[in-house]
Design a protein around this ligand. Sequence first.
Ligand code: FAD
Length: 340
Amino acid sequence: MRTTQWADVAAKIAKTGADTELSVPASRLTTYRIGGAVALVVSITKVEQALALHTCISDEFDVVVVGNGSNILISDDGFDGVAVVLQLGDDDTTMSVVESTENTALLDARANIRLPLLARRSAALGWHGLEWAVGVPGSLGGAVRMNAGGHGSDMEKSLFDAELINLRSGHTARVAKQNLGFRFRGSAITDEMCVIGARCQVTRGNAEQSQNEIAEIVSWRRDNQPGGQNAGSVFVNPAQTARSAGALIDEVGLRGKRHGSAEISQKHANFIQADENAMAADVVALMCEAQDTVFDRTGVMMHSEVRLLGFTQEIAHRFLDKHHSHIELARAQETLKSLL
Ligand SMILES: Cc1cc2nc3c(=O)[nH]c(=O)nc-3n(C[C@H](O)[C@H](O)[C@H](O)COP(=O)(O)OP(=O)(O)OC[C@H]3O[C@@H](n4cnc5c(N)ncnc54)[C@H](O)[C@@H]3O)c2cc1C
C-alpha cells in the first residue's frame, strides 16, 4: 500500500486510543536488529484498543503481533503490513497469583511480560515449574504461539490457558491449552489471533532451589549460546532424526560459515549471527545454504523456526514445515477459530 493509505489507516486506528507509528525500522522491533521498515506499528496499552482494532483493519493488508521480536527476521524490503505491539500494564501489574491452593497456583500474566522476568518472579515467590523460561528472551504471548521451550519443559507443559482476541473480528475467548493445537515449537494460533494474557500452572517449591536452578540455566546459556544479534535457533530440530538441527549443520561443516554480513555461529551452529547493520538477505542466504547442504548430504529437510516477514512467497514456502501434517494443523486451526 502507498504511504498515504497507511497514514489513513493509522489515523483511523489512532481514534481507538492506540499509539500508531508509520515506517518503523525493523531494527527497533527484533533481536536481529536488521531489516527494512514496518509500514505501520500499533502499540496497544489497553485491551479495549485491541478489541476495537477490527473496525479499522481490512483484509487487504497483513496484520501480525510482534512480541519481543526474538523469533522474527524482517526482510531488507521491510514488511508492508501492520505490526501490533502489546504494552499492557507495567512491570508491577503484569503478573498475579490466582487460585492458589496449598501446593498449586496459576500465575496470571499479561502477554507482554518477558519470560525471564516471569521465571524469576515465580521462583522468588517460591513457585516451581517456570525456571526453564529464564533462558528464552521472548514475551509470554510469543512463547505461547511458538510453544517455546528448553531445559526439559515448554509452554505446553507450563500453560493452563490463554486469553485471545481475534484482531479481525474482535471476538475474544479464554482457551484451554488442549485447544491451542500445540506441536514442537508451534501452535494453531494464526496471525489474526493475539494472545493478550495467559495463566501458567506452578507447584509449591522452594525459592532458593528455584533460584539456583535459574542461575545454572543462565550460566549454561552463557557457555553454550552466543550473544549479539540473532533470533536463537534458526531451524526446528527435525522430527526424522535424533540429531539436532545444530548437530546436522555442524556435521556438514558449516559452523563458522560467513555470507556477507552474517555468520553461522562458531558457538552454536543453529544460530546465525548478524553483524551490526547487516543485511537480512545474508542471513537468508546462510539459511538456504544450510538447508540445501544438510538435505543433500543427510536427506533431512530442515524448516525454519524463525518467523520470516516481508520475504517472497518462494522464500517463505522454502522454509515452511512440510513434515507436520497439514490436515492435523488445519483441524487444530479450525477448532481454535471456532472458539474465537
Ligand atoms: C538468544 C536467544 C535464545 C533463544 N532460546 C530459545 C529457547 O531456548 N527456546 C525457544 O523455544 N525459543 C528460543 N528463542 C526464540 C524466541 O525467544 C522464542 O520463540 C520466543 O517465544 C519468541 O517470543 P517473542 O515475544 O520474541 O515473539 P516474536 O519473535 O515477537 O514473535 C514470534 C511469533 O509469535 C507471534 N506472536 C508474538 N507475540 C504474540 C502474541 N501476543 N499473540 C499472538 N502471537 C504472537 C508473532 O506474530 C510471531 O509469529 C531464543 C531466541 C534468542 C534470541
